[in-house]
Design a protein around this ligand. Structure first.
Ligand code: FAD
Length: 405
């Protein structure tokens, strides 16, 4: 084993010991069936100091790299995908602050102190019909006298909704004549070139926050990613991070968000894919073929199907290792970064869905039973269809890079 792999093994044992992971796996089925939040997993993760992974030593944390956290998240997702996906949002927020700090911007380092004090961060960016995602917002941000903003709008799929205490959000500050179009960046809705987005954090204790009571979804149910409705919610001046123009505009904060979001989401689905392949292999060993007089593990067609899914998966950890290490080492891929980041997440998502389907074919009908881990894994993997940008939204970027337009 290389020194690096030894270190990964030590971190896995320290932050996600095998017996804890097994408990997570057992509970995942209960959370899913009962459609409830992963309270007990969260307590275990807190005890293990998992929520402080990105906090640097200067602020009292272990200061893990994105590469190391990606490996841990793959491990966690192989046991409890919804727990991993939701806790990803907290890790992502802290990873963003670390990435900015590593690049010379310490303006958000207060987040580290709050994490050490037990605050839980979440990611309130997705909005209904906002396919501009980070480049636009349907949430309005009304400037307050003396600084700060009042935010009104709907944030959908806010993972960790029962427990978050700090939420990173963005909203549209209308420019031009000062009128509030309340629309999307770039949309033909009266936004002016002077429109700007404000990014910052709101506190759970602020007035005007309602959490939707609707949450009955196909997969990743324990993430409890309920909608968050904001009605003139105060973003305090000291929690305003950035004002940046709408549309495409290079900025360290949005680069850090995109990098951490894409690579950590990819890590979750990489973990789902790996577990599905393990269950597929176990299924082939268990199932007997009367025709061949052996288990299906010796039937060539079945082996080929599993081998193809394995091949499909192997590119994903390779991409993750390479890109997370480059990110940690501040490699400047310039315009090549979005291609890598989004590519890793799209590949991981597809590999997870295909591995889950292949594994179901390996187990046969028993995997279709709701009590089987694979049946949940298959549903959890489908959530990967919805993380932005979709393949449809991303393809123009890949084409344009080659076609030079
Ligand atoms: C399991 C999971 C976890 C996610 N976690 C996060 C996260 O933590 N943070 C984040 O920013 N994004 C998160 N996302 C969002 C995701 O990345 C996409 O942005 C989102 O799925 C895209 O949705 P859409 O445009 O297809 O939604 P739409 O089809 O427009 O809406 C999806 C759902 O949002 C709710 N909704 C829509 N409009 C309203 C409204 N006006 N009022 C109340 N509820 C409404 C409804 O439940 C609706 O079914 C998560 C997605 C999934 C699947």
């Amino acid at each position: 084993m290389t020194d690096r792999e030894v270190r990964h093994a030590e971190l896995a044992e320290q932050y996600l010991p095998a017996e804890v992971l097994e408990r997570f796996r057992e509970r995942a089925g209960d959370y899913d069936r009962e459609n409830r939040f992963f309270d007990e997993d969260l307590e275990d993760l807190k005890d293990l100091r998992y929520l402080t992974l990105f906090v640097p030593a200067s602020h009292g944390g272990p200061g893990l790299s994105l590469h190391e956290v990606s490996r841990l998240q793959q491990r966690l997702a192989s046991a409890a995908p919804a727990t991993a996906l939701a806790i990803n949002m907290h890790l992502m927020c802290t990873g963003v602050v670390k990435a900015m700090n590593d690049r010379g911007d310490d303006s958000l380092n207060w987040v580290f102190d709050e994490v050490m004090a037990g605050e839980i961060f979440a990611f309130g960016i997705s909005e209904p019909s906002n396919d501009w995602v980070l480049q636009g917002s349907t949430t309005t941000a009304e400037p307050m006298d003396g600084g700060g903003y009042l935010l009104s709008g709907v944030k959908i799929f806010t993972s960790l909704s029962p427990v978050w205490t700090r939420l990173i959000v963005h909203g549209l500050v209308s420019g031009g004549d000062g009128s509030d179009s309340g629309g999307l960046a770039g949309a033909d809705d009266g936004n002016t070139a002077a429109d700007e987005l404000v990014y910052g954090f709101i506190e759970r204790s602020a007035e005007g926050i309602t959490i939707s009571d609707q949450w009955d979804v196909l997969g990743m149910r324990a993430s409890q990613s309920r909608a968050t409705i904001l009605d003139k919610v105060k973003m305090r001046p000291e929690h305003v991070s950035r004002r940046i123009p709408t549309g495409k505009h290079p900025d360290l904060l949005t680069f850090a968000i995109t990098s951490n979001f894409q690579l950590l989401i990819a890590s979750v689905y990489a973990g789902v894919a790996r577990r599905a392949l393990e269950l597929g292999a176990a299924g082939l060993h268990k199932r007997k073929s009367a025709k061949s007089g052996t288990t299906f593990a010796e039937v060539p067609e079945a082996r080929t199907r599993l081998a193809d899914a394995h091949l499909d998966y192997l590119s994903v950890p390779a991409m993750l290792d390479a890109y997370t290490r480059d990110f940690d080492e501040l490699v400047d891929h310039g315009a090549g970064w979005p291609l890598r980041l989004v590519g890793a997440r799209i590949k991981a998502s597809g590999a997870a869905r295909r591995a889950a389907e292949t594994a179901l074919m390996c187990t046969g009908g028993s995997g279709f039973d709701n009590s089987h881990e694979l049946s949940r894994l298959y549903r959890d993997a489908t959530a990967s269809l919805f993380h932005p940008p979709s393949a449809d939204a991303a393809r123009p970027m890949y084409a344009a890079m080659l076609l030079d337009d």
